[in-house]
Structure formats: structure tokens, C-alpha cells
Write a protein that binds this ligand. Structure first.
Ligand code: DP6
Length: 339
């Protein structure tokens, strides 16, 4: 993009949601540019949020990156996190022509780095708030492309609401697009939290290793048909069609991860306990299907009428620490200032 001068140097606060992928991005065409090897489709969530305040300062100088505690106190962010944020701020400076510096504070409403797409919501919130702090409002595609340029391609989906598709390869440069808005289908996501610590192998490393799996090429061959089936299940709001597709897809991603060299094992024993419980629930007539990102936690997709029963059943399982109840959401929204 080119700068829409004059840029202001103001402050903006945004809450951006995580998303759960129904068809996963796993493996890159170009990892440095975060161009995925395959298209992905996700549902934007509404309760799992990253909340960011960004203040733009006209003076050049080091950026200040802070973490806010839920109580409101601000503290310097850990070095690795700051580096990724400053890297994305550099991308935003290059693409807007802004030569000043930023002060950024962030807090998540959910555990970071636990396969709950905290980088997707975090970089979506950062991109939207930083652009707003400069007085810029971009078309959805450009905004999504800038969020993708954080290195977390899933962030390109989190700047949009509802059911969202990010194309593969060079087409991802144009950003993601909305397949259906949130109002299309009020699906629930009952998240069984099994582990909330930092994951051992980052998604970035997972994308790097994916092509070493002997099954990776086969997965790519099968994806166009799978994507088409997910799109038509969404169009028809048909959970009996969508559910089996997303559960198989999650297992496919983990099959690739486990068979990469060296293998990556994101599941915990309780992941399998939850999947077994979902089979039992389905046998009892309750439509609930699981999907896991790069972590052990299971996102259970179901209709609102079943969400309470599903949450109760999952909460009672050994190894499930807690339940987060979420559902489809409409994307980033203005939020209170953190400083
Ligand atoms: C398994 O490179 O976007 O969640 O930076 O960890 O969010 P993060 O990962 P990114 O890869 C996403 C991997 C995935 C599948 C998906 O969301 O499509």
C-alpha cells in the first residue's frame, strides 16, 4: 500500500478475536513471506480476544512493547515477544511510510501459545490498532494482507468476521475474504483446555517441517476437494456434513506433524479422551465434532442448543482443566484504552 498522507500520530485500542481453522494452514509456499501452501477456512471467534492499545509517536526511536495484566498494570513484554511485535511494526512502517515509533500494550482474554491462535488475534489487533493510530482505514483485503505480513498467516483471517478463507500461495498476498458473515450460522465452539503452557514446537517450525512428511504431497492433492466440501457444508449450514470434515482435517494436520522429520507431537493423552467422548456424544445423538490446532486443546463445534451439554460432559473428563465457551464472532472491534 502507499501512505494516505498526512498520517496522524494518535492512539487506538482494538479487541481482535482468535479464529479456529476448519481447514488448516500447515506448510508454506514461502515461509519468509507467510504464503501458505494450501488455502485455509476458519471461523472467527468472539470471546477469545487479544486487546491492544497502540500510540503512534512522530519521533523515530525504539518502540515500547508492554504486556497489560488483567488488573491493568503494564510491564515490559518478554524479549522474544517484543521482537515479533517490533518486526510487525517495521512492516507497518514500511507499508504506510510512517517514520515514527509506537508504544504498544496487549492483553489476552485466554492463555497465550496454547494452540489457541494467540498470534492470530494478537497480530490482528496490532495491525488494526496501529493503522487506526495513524488515522488509516484500509479496505478489508489490504488490512488482511498486512496482518498476514506479521508472519502469522492465520492473523489474516482474524481481521475479518464470520467464516473466512485465506487463499494459497501468491493469492494470499491479496489477503483473506469473508465466505459468510457471522450472522449466517451461529455455531458454538466449546474449547476443552487441556494444557495452557507454551507449546514446545512453534507453528513456524511446524510449517518448516511439514514437507518432510511422506504424506504432505498427498494432503495437498486432496485439499481442493475438501475445501469445496467445507464451503458447501457452510453454505447449507449442514453440521452433519461439516463436522466429520473438520474432525478428519484436524487429524490430517496432526498426522503430517507426527510424520514430519523430526516428528511433532502436539496431543496430550486427554486429547484422545475428549475425541472418544465426542464419539460417545454423537452415538447419543448430539452433533459435536472436534478440531485441534497446533496444540493439545480440542475445539468442539456444535449447535447452540447442544453447547451446555457438551461443556458439562467435557468438563467432567480426566485431564480437561477447564472449558472456554466461545462461538462465531464478527471480527475486531474498538476497545478501552490500556494506557
Ligand atoms: C495449526 O503460522 O498462522 O493454527 O502464528 O501460531 O497462529 P500461529 O500460526 P500460523 O499457522 C497456523 C497453524 C494452525 C492452522 C491454522 O490456523 O490455519
Amino acid at each position: 500500500m502507499t501512505a494516505r498522507a498526512p498520517l496522524t500520530a494518535g492512539k487506538a485500542s482494538v479487541a481482535a478475536p482468535a479464529n479456529i481453522a476448519f481447514i488448516k494452514y500447515w506448510g508454506a509456499r514461502d515461509l519468509a513471506e507467510a504464503l501458505p501452501a494450501n488455502a485455509s477456512i476458519s471461523m472467527t471467534l468472539s470471546a477469545c480476544l487479544s486487546h491492544s492499545t497502540v500510540a503512534a509517536r512522530p519521533e523515530p526511536g525504539p518502540d515500547e512493547v508492554l504486556l497489560a495484566s488483567p488488573g491493568g498494570a503494564l510491564a515490559p513484554a518478554p524479549a522474544g515477544f517484543s521482537r515479533r511485535v517490533v518486526g510487525h511494526l517495521d512492516v507497518l512502517r514500511r507499508s504506510t511510510g510512517f517514520a515514527g515509533s509506537f508504544r504498544v500494550a496487549t492483553v489476552n482474554s485466554f492463555p497465550a501459545s496454547a494452540g489457541l491462535a494467540s498470534s492470530a488475534s494478537g497480530f490482528a489487533a496490532l495491525a488494526v490498532a496501529a493503522l487506526e493510530s495513524l488515522g488509516l482505514e484500509l479496505p478489508a483485503g489490504e488490512l488482511s494482507a498486512l496482518a498476514r505480513a506479521s508472519g502469522s498467516a492465520s492473523a489474516a483471517r482474524s481481521v475479518l468476521g464470520g467464516f473466512v478463507e485465506l487463499p494459497a500461495g501468491l493469492e494470499a498476498r491479496a489477503g483473506a475474504h469473508v465466505l459468510y458473515p457471522a450472522e449466517h450460522w451461529s455455531l458454538c465452539d466449546v474449547i476443552a483446555l487441556i494444557e495452557t503452557g507454551e507449546k514446545e514446537v512453534s507453528s513456524l517450525e511446524g510449517h518448516r517441517r511439514a514437507p518432510t512428511s511422506p504424506y504432505f504431497e498427498r494432503r495437498l492433492e486432496q485439499l481442493p476437494e475438501k475445501l469445496a466440501r467445507v464451503r458447501s457444508a457452510l453454505a447449507a449450514r449442514d453440521l452433519e456434513a461439516l463436522g466429520p470434515l473438520i474432525e478428519e482435517e484436524a487429524i490430517d494436520l496432526h498426522l503430517i506433524a507426527m510424520s514430519s522429520r523430526p516428528g511433532i507431537f502436539y496431543w496430550a493423552p486427554a486429547t484422545l479422551v475428549v475425541l472418544a467422548e465426542l464419539r460417545a456424544l454423537r452415538a447419543a445423538g448430539i452433533g459435536a465434532w472436534g478440531t485441534m490446532d497446533a496444540g493439545p486443546n480440542v475445539h468442539v463445534i456444535c449447535e447452540p442448543r447442544d453447547a451446555a451439554v457438551v461443556a458439562d460432559r467435557l468438563a467432567s473428563l480426566p485431564g480437561v482443566r477447564s472449558i472456554l465457551s466461545d462461538g462465531v464472532g464478527s471480527g475486531p472491534a474498538p476497545a478501552a484504552d490500556l494506557f
